[in-house]
Design a protein around this ligand. Structure first.
Ligand SMILES: *[C@@H]1O[C@H](CO)[C@@H](O)[C@H](O)[C@H]1NC(C)=O
Ligand SMILES: *[C@@H]1O[C@H](CO)[C@@H](O)[C@H](O)[C@H]1NC(C)=O
Ligand SMILES: *[C@@H]1O[C@H](CO)[C@@H](O)[C@H](O)[C@H]1NC(C)=O
Ligand SMILES: *[C@@H]1O[C@H](CO)[C@@H](O)[C@H](O)[C@H]1NC(C)=O
Length: 384
């Protein structure tokens, strides 16, 4: 497992891959992206749901969220684009619109969940920030209660099924839609996976039953490098040891690695059963570790574990006063930081990770290979 790999070896791998992947690659093989998950992939669902259901916005509804790329808050918990946005751009697709959003404003006349205004044919995003146990407690701590708790993967899947029934009037249309889509399933916090996977109720399998043929499932990021955790541990835990090379808490990272190893075992189990489905594991953890091990090399000169935006303290994280609060401070150049608000990463870090997923070996099987193999097959070429 990854825990046996020395930092030196990872750093070497990063360097080689960085050189190999310098050229830009774009592939237009998928016609749409369907996404489920939590705040790492939420392009606006939580903002819409909170604004309409409780008249209160989550932090991601306030500047400086969105300042770098969109220049206004979109509900994305970052200063700009997320990994899913970069993947969409690389595939020549539009940004994946949130299912619960302006385009599907249920308070407007004639716009119900069953008659969305937006054209979701090129993508639809069901991911909602706060859909993990981690974030529930995080938001509760910072005083933002998620008004309706049911944003679990299971709930997201039930929205998806309703959505399917509205867009494809015949089952064969649905199948075609799903077969030409890349389905992103996650990232989602450790507790949710324990729930879904160890309980023997993998959402992936439900999607396959519905007709999905390519799923990409990301693992967790190294939580021991999160400025929020570092702050929490410094404050409340007596002893913790930070790795001198990365500044991260290795013991917490081992938890992420353990989670990721369980996830990969589960994906392998599903692959054995569904041999015609391509199930891609996206290694967010090791892609991100590249940055944590050599931040300067990749342009993150202001460090890795200090949040760009936050309420002060050694990691610029204040457990009761979050980025987005009018009293919080924001760094001058977020592109030199890895951590955006302590829990989520900057656009620059997401871009770096997304590039490695699309071009490089941090997807297994590789995203592009899987992608274009499908495209060839659908045009009548054999598996060769
Ligand atoms: C939804 O539509 C109503 C009525 O047009 C509008 O007042 C409200 O601002 C919209 N909400 C969002 C989040 O777009
Ligand atoms: C809304 O729906 C009603 C009933 O189906 C219809 O008569 C009306 O024209 C619709 N309004 C709009 C703005 O589409
Ligand atoms: C959440 O929604 C899912 C799917 O609709 C449902 O199966 C589950 O019982 C709900 N959970 C709670 C706690 O309401
Ligand atoms: C966090 O912010 C609050 C509100 O500004 C402040 O009262 C508190 O002292 C801060 N906590 C720390 C640890 O800096």
């Amino acid at each position: 497992m990854a825990s046996n790999i020395s930092p030196l070896k990872i750093a070497f791998a990063c360097a080689v891959l960085f050189l190999l992947s310098a050229s830009k690659y774009a592939c237009g093989c998928y016609k749409s992206i369907i996404s489920f998950g939590d705040s790492l992939a939420d392009t606006g669902n939580l903002l819409y749901l909170e604004s309409t259901l409780s008249n209160k916005k989550p932090p991601s509804g306030f500047l400086p969220y969105g300042e770098t790329f969109f220049h206004h808050p979109t509900g994305r918990p970052s200063d700009g684009r997320l990994i899913i946005d970069f993947i969409a751009q690389d595939m020549g697709l539009p940004f994946v619109p949130p299912f619960h959003g302006e385009g599907n404003n249920r308070t407007e006349p004639n716009r119900t969940m069953s008659s969305p205004r937006r054209n979701y044919r090129e993508g639809v995003n069901f991911a909602v920030g706060g859909s993990t146990a981690l974030e529930d407690s995080f938001f509760a701590k910072i005083g933002v209660k998620i008004p309706y708790a049911n944003v679990s993967l299971a709930a997201q899947l039930s929205w998806f099924k309703k959505f399917l029934s509205t867009i494809c009037h015949e089952p064969s249309n649905c199948k075609k839609f799903l077969q030409t889509s890349l389905v992103l399933m996650g990232e989602i916090g450790g507790n949710d996976y324990n729930h879904a996977l160890l309980g023997g109720k993998a959402e992936e399998e439900e999607l396959i039953k519905l007709g999905a043929t390519t799923l990409m499932v990301p693992g967790n990021l190294p939580i021991g490098c999160s400025a929020y955790y570092l702050t929490y541990f410094e404050r409340y835990m007596e002893k913790y040891i930070r790795d001198p090379n990365t500044g991260c808490i290795n013991r917490l990272n081992m938890f992420s690695e353990y989670h990721n190893s369980l996830l990969q075992m589960e994906l392998e189990r599903i692959r054995q059963i569904h041999t015609h489905t391509t199930i891609i594991y996206a290694d967010y953890y090791n892609a991100a570790m590249c940055i944590y091990l050599s931040p300067e090399k990749y342009g993150f000169s202001k460090g890795t574990v200090i949040a760009c935006c936050g309420g002060g303290g050694p990691f610029n994280v204040n457990l009761t006063m979050h980025c987005g609060d009018s009293r919080s401070t924001t760094c001058e150049d977020p592109s030199q930081y890895v951590s955006w608000d302590g829990l989520h990463l900057t656009e620059a870090a997401y871009k770096w990770i997304a590039r490695r997923l699309v071009e490089g070996p941090y997807t297994s099987p590789q995203l592009i290979t899987a992608n274009c193999a499908f495209s060839l097959k659908s045009r009548g070429f054999s598996d060769h």
